[in-house]
Write a protein that binds this ligand. Sequence first.
Ligand SMILES: [Zn+2]
Length: 81
Amino acid sequence: MSEKKKQANQDLDLDWLEEDPLGLNEEMPVVAFECLDCGKEDEVPDFVVEEFGYDLKKGEEVEIECPFCGGTMKQARKNSR
Ligand SMILES: [Zn+2]
């Protein structure tokens, strides 16, 4: 008896994830970030912000690197109250 497991499947498992990493993005909530240096805005998926937030202490803000100028982006404040 020769048991041949389908080893190919192990490779496929991840492939479909990589295929379309942004496929769900349209449904995903995004957070607006504003660059402190160049003033441009960028939208970051909510889950990314949360991941960055894990390292922060309470009260600290998530900072990301500006894709335009390499500066610091912080969450844009919208005066919504
Ligand atoms: Zn910038």
